[in-house]
Design a protein around this ligand. Structure first.
Ligand code: FAD
Ligand code: EPU
Length: 338
């Protein structure tokens, strides 16, 4: 356990927050040992993977940060097509996806280049380019931080939804996810219909794409759209895309004919929050070192020395102005840590 540690390299906003205590979790035995310490019993705790979906609000985190660093990937053949893959929470998500793609296992390729670690992937049921974690999720193992029990969660118990799960709602901060199991498929169908994947594959001159080609295409599209946190601090989309009833969308469309929305389930429409924020005039806005990205209005950025509070208050101003202009309440996707 370390004391007074800078978290600058542990969060992709690049905030220079100091944590009172920090412990690296390499193995479950590390948690079992920590649980017996007075610091564990006295301090509040936060689990961190890659810190790519967190906003620390204060310059000092008065508690214990548990950084997931356990490693290991094991594969089990289930049939000549399907493979079960068990992955430790501390594995890097992008490296894991690359390994699966290289092994010819399909299902994860559209989720290429999402920052962070495997253990966080079920938290908000990560998604991109037409695929969500729940599409390949099999089971996870977690430690109940209250009782010390190991618990398995089946898909139906995780309450996965768009950018949510039971771990982000009812069971928030209660379970430490230790490993995640996936079912991958050697003959999975390719998902090429979302966004510009087909266009990018055609541009690459490929007629019969493989998982690797889809992964490359998705990675290229992402690199062109989203800022690299190593160059410019950010946590991806700051808000979720709001889901509204078709009738609400129809009314908005009368007033704003160019509004962007995608048909969802049960007569709903998913609005592009980036469009709402841009239309409200925020794209490229900068106040001090906190700003709204010039290319993607849904991404809030830290130009260097912004504080968590400055980023938070800019986000709240954006939320308020979108509410006033469209009557739509944006819900943050990023996790606030106070
Ligand atoms: P962290 O930020 O460390 O943690 C996120 C939350 O999970 C926190 O509440 C934390 O306490 C909790 N947590 C972390 N690990 C564990 C664990 N083992 N057990 C229990 N709780 C845990 N997300 C998408 O869904 N789709 C995208 O396309 C996408 N693109 C992004 C692009 C960029 C440039 C960036 C910076 C972020 C993007 N994100 C995207 C958000 C982010 O990458 C994901 O949410 C990712 O899963 C977060 O992983 P992490 O390890 O960094 O989690
Ligand atoms: N748009 C604008 N102005 C902007 C940004 C977007 O008008 O500044 C409009 C455009 O019409 C664009 C549409 O919004 O076509 C959608 O934008 P984009 O394709 O960039 O996707 P997004 O809806 O902003 C979502 C996810 C991303 C995910 C991509 C691809 C959410 C909250 N965000 O972004 O996830 O990578 O789709 O699937 O669902 C994340 O969660 O952190 C994240 C980056």
């Amino acid at each position: 356990m370390h004391r007074n540690v800078s978290l600058k390299t542990y969060n992709t906003f690049g905030l220079d927050v100091v944590a009172a205590f920090l412990a690296s979790i390499q193995d479950i035995s590390d948690v079992e040992r920590l649980r017996k310490t007075t610091i564990w019993q006295a301090e509040k705790k936060i689990i961190l993977g890659g810190g790519s979906n967190c906003l620390f609000l204060d310059d000092y985190y008065e508690g214990l940060v548990l950084v997931m660093n356990n490693k290991g990937i094991t594969t089990t053949e289930i049939s000549n097509r399907k493979v079960k893959v068990s992955v430790a929470a501390g594995e890097d998500w992008t490296d894991f996806v690359q390994q699966m793609v290289a092994m010819g296992l399909g299902g994860l390729e559209n989720l290429s280049l999402i920052p962070g670690k495997v253990g966080a992937s079920p938290m908000q049921n990560i998604g991109a380019y037409g695929v969500e974690l729940k599409d390949v999720f099999h089971r996870l193992q977690a430690l109940d931080l209250e009782t010390g029990q190991l618990v398995d969660f089946e898909p139906s118990e995780c309450e996965f939804g768009y950018r949510t799960s039971i771990f982000k709602t009812t069971l928030k901060d209660r379970f430490l996810i230790l490993s995640v199991d996936f079912i991958l498929d050697r003959k999975a169908e390719l998902n090429l219909d979302y966004g510009k994947i087909r266009e990018e594959i055609a541009r690459m001159g490929i007629r019969q794409p493989t998982y690797r080609d889809v992964s490359h295409a998705v990675s290229t599209i992402r690199r062109n759209k989203l800022p690299d946190p190593l160059q410019l601090g950010n946590a991806g989309s700051f808000f979720k895309n709001p889901v509204v009833h078709q009738l609400v969308f129809d009314d908005l469309e009368k007033e704003f004919p160019d509004i962007v929305g995608y048909p969802g389930q049960n007569g709903t429409v998913k609005l592009a929050a980036g469009w709402l924020i841009e239309k409200a005039g925020w794209k490229g806005f900068r106040k001090g070192d906190a700003g709204i990205h010039q290319m993607q209005a849904l991404v809030i950025v830290n130009y260097g020395l912004a504080t968590g509070r400055e980023i938070f208050s800019l986000a709240m101003e954006v939320q308020q102005s979108v509410k006033e202009m469209f009557g739509i309440q944006l819900e943050p996707e990023v996790n606030f840590i106070g």
